[in-house]
Structure formats: structure tokens, C-alpha cells
Design a protein around this ligand. Sequence first.
Ligand code: HEM
Length: 133
Amino acid sequence: MSDIEIQGYNIPKNAMIKINIYAIGRDPKCWTNPNEFIPERFSNTSINYKGQHFELLPFGAGRRSCPGMTLGMTMPELGLLHILYFFNWSLPNGMTIEDIDMEEDGSLNIAKKVPLELVPTLRSSLVNKCDRI
Ligand code: HEM
């Protein structure tokens, strides 16, 4: 290990470097409308989250990349699948989609600033089945 200069930046030996993968994933040089939620943007591309494509690194890359990647991808899908299968979801009385505040808050971890409020209703096709359990 020794001091190094990269693109005009002097990086001293043993410096801790933090990579802003949030900014990389939203770089307008790589992504069209980077702040828009457009899942279809991944339909016709080989770019994925596994750390081989440096414009998208949600789990990092290389030998210190996230060992929980598979669990991290599976668990939200499984949880979402269950809540969508068992319940219909609606907005609280009088609220419309336009009323949902999508502002984000945070620094290292980003979350919705205003929590999302939804009303779950057990799907009618499941009501009798659940009574019997
Ligand atoms: C969606 C969920 C997750 C995301 C987005 C995520 C993201 C990350 C990222 C960006 C890193 C740093 C990689 C690097 O430095 O290049 C990391 C490291 C790590 N993650 Fe995750 N992670 C997730 C879930 C999990 C889960 C479920 C586990 C364990 C069950 C886990 C365990 C770890 C560990 C132990 C490290 C440190 C690896 C090392 O330093 O060698 N992660 N994760």
C-alpha cells in the first residue's frame, strides 16, 4: 500500500474510501430519468444487481460484496407476495393516489419521509378459508 493519485485526487496510504453507490445508481450519464421508478428499464439489458455492472451496485462488488445478496433479493419478494395474496389494499377514506407524499428522507439510509398509510382487507375468496383455520 502506498499513497496514490487518481484523477487529480491524492489518496493517502490507509485512507478509508466510501463509495456513494446511491449516486452511481442515479448517474444521468448512465441512466435515463434516473430518479424515475421504471422497472422496465431492466427488461432489455444485461445489467443486473450482482456486482458485474458498475453503473448499478446495490450489493457492492468484488470480494467484499454482500454475502446476503440472495436472501436480500428473496425475502422482500416473498413478503410482498404474501401481503398481496391475502389482502386487497386501498387508501384511507378520502385519500387519492395524488395525495401520497413520495418525498424521501435520510442520509446513509433513505426512507419515505411520510409513512405510507394503507388499509388491508382480507380478500373475499379467502374469508371462508380463514374462518376454518
Ligand atoms: C436488500 C438487502 C441488502 C442490501 C441492499 C445489501 C447491501 C450491501 C452492501 C452495499 C454491502 C457492502 C459491499 C461492499 O462493500 O462492496 C453489504 C455488505 C454486507 N452485507 Fe448486505 N445487503 C443486503 C442484505 C443483507 C443480508 C440479508 C445479509 C445477511 C443475512 C447481509 C450481510 C452483509 C454482510 C455480512 C456484509 C459485509 C461483507 C464484507 O464486508 O465482507 N446483507 N451489503
